[in-house]
Design a protein around this ligand. Structure first.
Ligand code: GDD
Length: 358
């Protein structure tokens, strides 16, 4: 009776797969206590033939996907085909130590936990021979996820979990963030622990992590955190903001020329510009996130964010001019950038948050 299934996603890993399988089968597990499912995404280097050789004589299975290559989709395909309720996911490139498999599955087999993460970033964990920029990206990827996910190594690709948890993973999940998706989809219902591992960078083949995967990771974090910040909403928000500046200046100018008081002109021009901005943002920039909302409530939030951003702008300006002695004509630029950023993030996370299933 097997106890756990190891899912190994592969894309051009012919130089590594034999070494990995040899190391796993050298462990002192009973030969029938686990199965290995290799999910290949159309490798062109002979990886599949190497796996087939193993499949003929041991508990190794090969699944060949025909769809567009995707790490998360491959892992989920392997999970769906697994015979066991305990699943381990690990890379094929020997960066994850097979010798830690026992420690990884034990807490689940003993029923003390539901997810166990092989972590580089807790006491006893480490990375070896990993280029500095990759360490940096991995650290930053972990830090920015911390506000929504309380795990030290959320980008780890070496982890074990109960198979039933995979069915809650969003259909929007793709790429290199399956652990994050698994944890977020089951948040509050699972017992999670981390065990230290030493991650050694591959010595054969190349990483498949691209800029696209990194950008997709950040975008997904924003969505999971309930935000609607995207390049699209940012571009439109900026265009609406520029229109608002013009309207603000025009109304202010007109009122002053009609001899209205300074405070009244300032307030009225701000209010009219904010109303126009809100209308364009809700009907255009954040259109998808507007429907179904109580509009006055949303408009109130929009004005609150605008007023806070204005106060902050004054604070930044005063700090730069009076404390750092920056000339006012220069100091206004960082002050404007700060206001714009606060306005946009306030809109994307507070005024027009994501109410759809992430
Ligand atoms: N089937 C399939 N399809 N496998 C893939 C794909 C894909 O589109 N892309 C990558 N893989 C496989 C690789 O063949 C390897 O076995 C594993 O996924 C990890 O891919 P790498 O591209 O080598 O990842 P890395 O070394 O840069 O490591 C980073 O991502 C890993 C994802 O598991 C690190 O952040 C690791 O910590 C993380 O484990």
């Amino acid at each position: 009776m097997t106890q756990f299934s190891i899912v190994v996603p592969t894309l051009n890993e012919s130089e590594n797969i034999d070494l990995l399988l040899t190391r796993i089968f050298a462990l002192d597990f009973a030969s029938d206590s686990f199965e290995i499912i290799v999910v290949d995404d159309g490798s062109a280097d002979g990886t599949q033939d190497k796996v087939r050789n193993w499949a003929n004589q041991s508990s190794v299975r090969l699944i060949e996907r025909r769809e567009a290559p995707d790490l998360t989709a491959s892992i989920l395909t392997g999970v769906a085909a697994a015979k066991n309720d305990v699943i381990v996911v690990m890379d094929a490139d020997l960066s994850h130590p097979p010798e830690q498999l026992r420690a990884l599955v034990a807490p689940i087999l003993e029923n003390s936990h539901d997810v166990v993460v092989g972590s580089r970033y807790i006491a006893g964990g480490s990375t070896e021979n990993w280029p500095l920029y990759r360490q940096f990206l991995s650290r930053v990827g972990g830090w920015i996820a911390r506000p929504i996910c309380d795990v030290n190594d959320v980008t780890s690709g070496f982890f074990a979990f109960r198979r039933s948890l995979a069915k809650n993973i969003s259909s929007h999940a793709h790429g290199y963030k399956i652990l994050l998706e698994l944890l977020m989809a089951n948040q509050g219902r699972i017992r999670v622990t981390e065990i230290p591992i030493c991650f050694r960078d591959r010595t054969h083949g190349t990483s498949k992590l691209s800029l696209f995967h990194q950008q997709a990771y950040i975008q997904r974090l924003i969505t999971l955190a309930g935000g609607t910040a995207t390049l699209n909403t940012a571009g439109r928000f900026a265009a609406v903001g520029l229109l608002g500046v013009l309207i603000d200046a025009f109304v202010f100018h007109w009122m002053i020329s009609r001899e209205a008081g300074l405070a009244l002109s300032h307030f009225v021009s701000f209010f009219i510009a904010a109303t126009v901005n809100y209308t364009f943002n809700s009907k255009w920039a954040f259109r998808e996130h507007h429907e179904g909302y109580l509009r006055w409530h949303q408009f109130g939030r929009f004005l609150t964010v605008g007023a806070l951003a204005l106060l902050l702008r004054g604070g930044v300006l005063a700090f730069l001019v009076y404390v750092w002695h920056v000339p006012p004509l220069l100091a206004i630029f960082p002050a404007i950038v700060t206001t714009a950023a606060v306005n946009y993030l306030g809109s994307a996370f507070y005024v027009f948050p994501n109410k759809k299933t992430p």
